[in-house]
Design a protein around this ligand. Structure first.
Ligand code: PHE
Ligand code: ZN
Length: 877
């Protein structure tokens, strides 16, 4: 262990920066050995700061070598500055001066992938959140916004493409075979939005005409072998630009918008001003190599990064505690966009399902934190589902409480008022409140209170008086550092239906309708509906109107009614999920008790009706028939028994498969898609149901199904169908699974993104000695520890391999811990993210708990990065 442990920084300690940087002039002399960075910072004391004699403190990284520092051309002798704890401190400064720094870095040795680094043959940058300090000394905080001019000098042959933010303003051929290019970005921005790319890249060009008739040049850059896979992203970009004009009135501001794909990237993509940098896995798409899911993800991420141009770049965050200001809002915007492009119900179900599985688990674990955290040790650890997904739910609730029109007024006010500023979540809510007149004072608790609220609902019907009463109680469980909680302002959309499934009108607050918005603000509150003709079945929390766990004592008959008849598509899915969860929980208890498993409900009947109903969206049917995941069932459990969960799911799947063999065989035939591949909602829906049906059909043991799996694998003209067939074969223990896995690798070994899918599937395969086979896979040509996508595929896949990861001998935990320790020395961000499955140790069955904890303690005893230290120490606390 280190002698001094990293310490936390607190939101309450925020102070405005004592200095500002009006202009930043950078020169990069790129070289494979040593890159020279020269910065000229036009600085002045901040008139808003009270610390008017404070020294100048600039952030740097360990690997940044300072060659010279000068103030207004006066080269500082070493006695006039200090280098302490990666900071450059200068005590004597004028009120206004130009600081020149010359620093040396070695991008080729940068394995953290923060700052300037090499990916394949190119140079690229990643500066969010605190990457810029790994390039040169700077005031690396988002409330210091500066106008950047960047000169790039590099070998003209190796790096014909040289890009940075803004517009290219000068280009010069130098004597020594080098080129110098100058970029200027007129919009002031924090250093985290700085970007630079240099490489031998191909480009796809396009244009977009904005609503005010300005022509914007669009460019997507990739290495030569990938340029044929960017058409879909380009179309998605144009759709996003149009949508933001139509829905938010936001027009693009520069004359050029560029996207670059890189293979080595810690995250999905980055919204650098005018120059987005993407993980190639989130940008490239072709029917042969890309599944439907990935198509939709590419579209959503292209949109997300583009939308940041306003929600993030024009208006940015004051400090990193406000991260959700840009991320929660932008996720809400990309979710709405995708809903508009495809099916809004399907999109909502997918997003909520993810939230309930992964964000709820985070909110109940040792890393639980509010959407606006109060402290952190390493900000990279806070790019979380809570900040992103729960943050998006908060914005969605504001949208629900205000209505679309007032919400738009609020967003207009927010963008107008804060254009060019670095602001807070409070500023966002204030704009929404002022523009709408809706009081959001209590609502703001959502930003500061961690944990998932639980709502208990009971009802009462008075036939005589034709009144119906719902009593709602809310409670939020304690989370680390927050033992007590206050009631939240929660929008609960409620519909009533009668016993035959028809919408039932009722009067509430003088409003007669079959759907109402209840605003729960107290710990307990009664809502009374009048003129209710018969005893209703309540359809609660329609559209998942708040990120809460809601419970109401539904009978199976109620759930079947909601499943077949609820007017709200989301709640139909939810009722199906609830039925399956109830059945599975009973089976899990049987399995834990060592009893024989047997079904207790009429779930199968409900599923049969769905399969036979031709009026339903096949995508929705597939979503409902897809049994709740192992991860979701674990989140729901008090104590996790992974093998009991696995057994229960397998048993239920088999029972359903056997009972509905004919229906599944039929559905498989009926939902075949003809014509060329299209990533459109209708075809995606058919493929999803067809492939789900194939999986059940094979599970039923039908011989013809076995052949169909092989046929589909061999004849598919798109990756969705081919990979579905392969996954089904692997997970259902098809006797040809090995052959298919090999054939797949042979076919796709030169397509890294497809190989990653193969790695993930291979790692998630249930087998004897799975840890040994992991060790073999790590030595396979297909694997590379330096590439985050490959690490995520292989180790992420292993996390889904229940019997291997949760083996009672602890070998799975040990294996993962070993990898974390190795990776932490190379890339702390990636290492830290891999810790997540181990952090849930307190919920595991006793025999697993001790083994998991022992691995956490073993990691803790090592010399750790801040990233891994924070996660592990909080998990053990
Ligand atoms: N800001 C990026 C996004 O959400 C995510 C990101 C964070 C990328 C940190 C890289 C590093 O769009
Ligand atoms: Zn984002």
């Amino acid at each position: 262990m280190k002698e001094s442990q990293p310490s936390a920084i607190y939101l309450k300690d925020y102070k405005v920066p004592p200095f500002l940087i009006d202009k930043t002039e950078l020169t990069f002399e790129l070289d494979e050995a040593t890159t020279v960075v020269t910065s000229k910072l036009h600085m002045r004391r901040n008139p808003d700061s009270k610390e008017n004699t404070a020294p100048l403190v600039l952030d740097g990284g360990e690997e940044v070598k300072l060659v010279a520092v000068a103030m207004d051309d006066y080269v500082l002798p070493s006695g006039e500055y200090q280098l302490v704890d990666n900071q450059l401190i200068i005590t004597a400064t004028a009120d206004r001066f130009v600081l020149t720094c010359e620093t040396l870095i070695e991008p080729q040795n940068n394995t953290r992938l923060e700052g300037l680094y090499r990916s394949s043959s190119m140079f690229c940058t990643q500066c969010e959140a605190e990457g810029f300090r790994h390039i040169t000394y700077y005031l690396d905080r988002p409330d210091v916004m500066s106008v950047f001019t960047t000169r790039i000098i590099a070998d003209a042959e190796k790096y014909p493409v040289m890009l940075s933010n803004g517009n290219e303003i000068a280009r010069e051929t130098l004597d020594d075979g080098k080129t110098s290019v100058v970029w200027h970005d007129p919009f002031p921005k924090p250093a985290y939005l700085f970007a630079l790319v240099a490489g031998n890249l191909e480009v796809k060009n396009d244009t977009f005409v904005t609503q005010s008739q300005r022509e914007v040049k669009l460019q997507i850059f990739t290495e030569a072998h990938n340029i044929d896979k960017v058409d879909y992203a380009m179309e998605a970009l144009k759709r996003s630009m149009r949508w933001d004009e139509e829905v938010y009135g936001r027009e693009y501001d520069l004359d050029i918008f560029m996207i670059v794909a890189v293979d080595d990237f810690n995250m999905g993509a980055m919204e650098n001003k005018g120059l987005n940098i993407f993980n190639s896995s989130c940008l490239l798409a072709s029917p042969e190599t890309t599944t439907d899911d990935t198509y939709l993800r590419v579209e959503a991420i292209v949109a997300h990064e583009y939308f940041h141009n306003w929600s993030g770049n024009r208006v940015t965050c004051r400090d990193w505690f406000q991260l959700s200001l840009k991320e929660g809002f932008t996720v809400f915007r990309d979710q709405s966009f995708s809903a508009d492009m495809h099916s809004d119900t399907v999109k909502r179900v997918e997003d909520v399902s993810f939230l309930k599985t992964a964000q709820f688990a985070e909110d109940a674990g040792p890393m639980a934190h509010p959407v606006r955290p109060a402290s952190f040790i390493e900000i990279s650890n806070f790019y979380t589902l809570t900040v992103y997904e729960k943050g998006a739910e908060i914005v969605r609730m504001i949208h629900t409480l205000l209505g679309a029109e007032k919400f738009r007024k609020g967003s207009d006010l927010y963008f107008e008022r804060h254009d060019g500023q670095a602001v807070t979540c409070d500023d966002f809510v204030a704009a929404m409140q002022e523009a709408s007149g809706v009081d959001l004072t209590q609502f703001k608790r959502w930003y500061s209170q961690a944990g998932t609220p639980q709502i208990r609902v009971v009802d009462e019907y008075d036939e005589q008086g034709q009144t119906y009463r719902l009593t709602l109680q809310q409670e939020t469980p304690a989370t680390p550092g927050q033992p007590t909680k206050l009631p939240l302002h929660i929008p609960v959309r409620v519909g009533l239906i009668d016993q035959s499934g028809n919408a039932l009108s009722a009067s509430f607050n003088g409003d007669s309708s079959d759907e109402h918005l209840l605003e729960l603000t107290e710990a307990e509150q009664v809502f009374e509906f009048t003129q209710v003709a018969t005893k209703p079945v309540p359809s609660l929390l329609r559209g998942f109107s708040a990120p809460v766990k809601l419970s109401y004592d539904y009978s199976s008959a109620d759930l079947l009614l909601l499943l077949s008849a609820d007017q709200d598509g989301f709640n139909r899915w939810n009722a199906g999920q609830q039925l399956a969860v109830n059945e599975l929980n009973t089976l899990i208890e049987q399995a834990i008790a060592g009893e024989a498993l047997s079904l207790t409900s009429n779930l199968v009947e409900g599923f049969k009706a769905l399969l036979q109903n031709d009026n339903l969206d096949p995508a929705m049917v597939a979503l409902i028939l897809n049994l709740p995941s192992q991860a979701y069932l674990s989140e729901l459990a008090q104590v996790i028994h992974p093998n009991a969960i696995k057994q229960a799911r397998q048993y239920l799947k088999k029972q359903i498969a056997e009972s509905l063999q004919t229906e599944f065989a039929q559905a498989y035939q009926q939902h075949q898609v003809t014509g060329p591949y299209q990533a459109e909602a209708k075809d995606i829906a058919s493929r999803s149901l067809k492939n789900l049906a194939l999986s059940y059909w094979l599970e039923s043991g039908a011989e013809t199904a076995k052949q169909s799996v092989v046929d589909q694998f061999e004849s598919a003209d798109n990756m969705t169908d081919q990979f579905a067939a392969l996954s089904i074969a692997v997970h259902n223990g098809h006797d040809k699974a090995d052959n298919l896995l090999d054939a797949f690798y042979q076919q796709w070994q030169n397509e890294p993104l497809v190989v990653n899918k193969w790695l993930m599937l291979s790692a998630s395969r249930e087998q004897e000695k799975a840890v040994d086979s992991m060790k073999t896979l790590m030595k396979h040509d297909a694997f590379d520890l330096k590439n985050p996508n490959k690490v995520r595929s292989l180790l992420g896949g292993f996390g889904q391999n229940i019997s291997a990861f949760h083996h009672v001998d602890g070998s799975g935990y040990q294996f993962l811990a070993d990898q974390i320790l190795v990776l932490d020395k190379r890339n702390p961000q990636i290492a830290s993210r891999l810790c997540t499955p181990l952090t849930r140790w307190k919920k595991m069955a006793p025999e697993l708990r001790v083994k998991m904890k022992a691995e956490l303690e073993r990691i803790m005893a090592d010399d750790l990065s801040k990233d891994v230290y924070e996660v592990i120490s909080k998990s053990l606390a």
